[in-house]
Design a protein. Structure first.
Length: 396
């Protein structure tokens, strides 16, 4: 048998066993050295003390402008526009819970608002109940109507859900709100304000208090277990169900909370106009509600606030513009003189421009500012937002 040859080691080189031993020693020394070395991770950037002071100062200034505006306005028409803006903000938050958080389409939201308005007017006028009882019952009836609609629409999505909510709005407008025995038919129902809300300025501040309460509830909802479950359902119902989330229950919760907000907003709307009838709650109003939420930015509390307030005062802004010298010049340019008569057309154009240039709506446009106020660097975040079905990439 042939004896295997041994590999010759070059002259002067250490044996193979010595190389292996040296390599093991070196590896042990490197491991020991690495064990004593602390891996330094870059700390996230945070503003300096002066940076936080500047941010808090800007936030206080914005709040002072919003809260102080009614005290500086003397014109009654302008005060009524501000109160309408506050009511629209509550409606916008209501739609945002359904469309922005839960991903459920609602094209008949004016029906929930109308139910709240008629309920409050009937409770105060015919039952002679106190104002706050009427306000609470408006929210309760709004929640019940939303619950019933939610039960019908539980298994529907997309176009079919949109058609059901659209049909509900039409039925409410032409049937429920036109029933003489309940709503007085075309005559409507008077909604008499309590003595402490007779002043328009006082009514504005009361509406602001209700808006603050709605914002707080919305903020708590987003950070709760219920809110996280609703977000999960919006992203993927099957995945949410696989993690043990009761899709049916949480959808109904979203409908109910949305109905409460809409009912309370309807009650305030009724006391603002002081005479409620079916003509106040047509499809055009429901479409306006959807427009202001989408333009504001579905899923963003701040964006919906701004979008809702803007659409509420849009008529006043247009009429003020055309009443000025600039407006007279614009009116001389062909079809532009018709824009004063069609503010809804301007809203539709703004919607198209917003969705084309900034799919996340106003929320995407102001994201650098809101991010800076929250403690981030002031930089452009506007092009990283993507729209998901039923909601936006911009979170509250």
């Amino acid at each position: 048998m042939a004896t295997p040859r041994k590999k010759k080691t070059p002259a002067g080189a250490p044996p193979v066993e010595a190389n292996a031993a040296i390599a093991a020693i070196v590896a042990e020394e490197e491991a020991a050295a690495m064990a004593h070395v602390e891996v330094s991770k870059p700390k996230p950037w945070t503003p300096s003390k002066s940076g936080w002071i500047a941010r808090r100062g800007v936030a206080v200034l914005i709040a002072a402008i919003v809260l102080g505006s009614p005290a500086l306005v003397e014109n009654v028409e302008n005060l009524r526009a501000i109160s309408l803006a506050m009511i629209y903000v509550i409606v916008g938050l209501s739609i945002n819970i359904l469309m922005g958080y839960a991903g459920q389409i609602s094209l008949g939201h004016q029906a929930f608002v109308g139910v709240g308005a008629f309920t409050a007017a009937l409770v105060v006028t015919k039952a002679q109940a106190p104002f706050f009882v009427a306000l609470i019952l408006a929210g309760v009836i709004g929640a019940v109507s939303a619950f019933l609609l939610g039960m019908v629409a539980l298994r529907l999505k997309g176009l079919y859900l949109a058609l059901i909510t659209l049909a509900y709005g039409a039925v409410a407008e032409f049937t429920i709100f036109a029933t003489p025995a309940i709503t007085g038919g075309g005559a409507g129902v008077n909604a008499v304000r309590p003595s402490f809300l007779v002043s328009e300025r006082t009514f504005v501040y009361f509406s602001m208090v209700v808006v603050a309460g709605a914002l707080y509830i919305d903020w708590r909802l987003v950070r709760s277990k219920v809110g996280r479950a609703i977000f999960a359902i919006r992203e993927n119902e099957l995945a949410a169900a696989s993690f043990g989330i009761n899709v049916t229950s949480y959808k109904l919760i979203a409908f109910v909370i949305s109905g409460i907000f809409a009912g309370v907003a309807g009650a305030l709307f009724g006391f603002r106009v002081e005479s409620v009838d079916a003509a106040n709650f047509d499809f055009a109003l429901g479409l306006t509600f959807v427009l202001m939420a989408v333009v504001g930015g579905l899923g963003s509390r701040v964006g919906v606030f701004i979008g809702s307030a803007f659409f509420a005062i849009l008529d006043l802004l247009i009429h003020s513009l055309f009443g000025s010298g600039i407006g007279h010049t614009i009116a001389k340019v062909g079809f532009l003189k018709q824009l004063e008569l069609y503010p809804g057309f301007i809203g539709a154009v703004l919607l198209l421009l917003t969705l084309t240039l900034y799919p996340g709506g106003i929320a995407q446009q102001i994201k650098p500012i809101t991010g800076w106020l929250a403690g981030k660097r002031l930089k452009d975040h506007g092009h990283g937002v993507t729209i998901r079905e039923g909601g936006a990439g911009v979170r509250p």
